[in-house]
Design a protein around this ligand. Structure first.
Ligand SMILES: CC[C@@H](C(=O)O)C(=O)SCCNC(=O)CCNC(=O)[C@H](O)C(C)(C)COP(=O)(O)OP(=O)(O)OC[C@H]1O[C@@H](n2cnc3c(N)ncnc32)[C@H](O)[C@@H]1OP(=O)(O)O
Ligand SMILES: [Co+2]
Length: 133
């Protein structure tokens, strides 16, 4: 694990949340990107080395839509940057964590991603991400 890459925050009203975070951080999002495979719209704000990722659900079966229905708005996941996502997935499997993907998949912001089930990580949904070079 190299560093905290981003904190994912689930929001109900994407436009309003972007306005609020722009005021809060005194910075505009550097990227807004829809990821159809996850059924989400995302926006990214730089925060030093790390980023804030705002997520809105676009489909009823999206993880974000379900999370908002059950838990409401707030922190949804922590994402850690890794050098070699395949090696890190293998290491975490061997340590007994449950991975939610057999293989890494394409995420937002030019990353390969994989998720660790929150039930095996003290209630925290963890995302591994590796930059696609
Ligand atoms: C845009 C791409 C990417 C990026 O590049 O950054 C993203 O960030 S995408 C983010 C959205 N995608 C995902 O979250 C994918 C991974 N998530 C999942 O596969 C599922 O959400 C899940 C974690 C397996 C849960 O799905 P499911 O079992 O269908 O939902 P339930 O509502 O039944 O939840 C079961 C259980 O887990 C708890 N839960 C759910 N989400 C979270 C969460 N984010 N953090 C902590 N805990 C979570 C939920 O409360 C349930 O607990 P119990 O009620 O105690 O059983
Ligand atoms: Co994320």
């Amino acid at each position: 694990m190299k560093n905290l890459e981003h904190i994912g925050i689930a929001v109900k009203d994407f436009a309003a949340a972007n306005t609020l975070f722009t005021k809060l951080l005194n910075a505009e999002p550097y990227k807004i990107e829809e990821v159809a495979s996850e059924g989400v719209n995302t926006s990214f704000f730089r925060m030093g080395e790390a980023k804030i990722e705002l997520l809105e659900g676009l489909t009823p079966d999206s993880a974000i839509t379900k999370f908002l229905e059950k838990k409401g708005e707030g922190i949804h996941h922590l994402a850690f940057e890794v050098e070699d996502i395949y090696a890190e997935m293998e290491r975490l499997r061997a340590e007994g964590f449950t991975l939610l993907n057999e293989q890494p998949k394409r995420g937002a912001d030019n990353k390969l991603v994989c998720f660790v089930h929150p039930k095996t990580a003290n209630g925290v949904l963890v995302e591994l991400c590796q930059e696609i070079k």
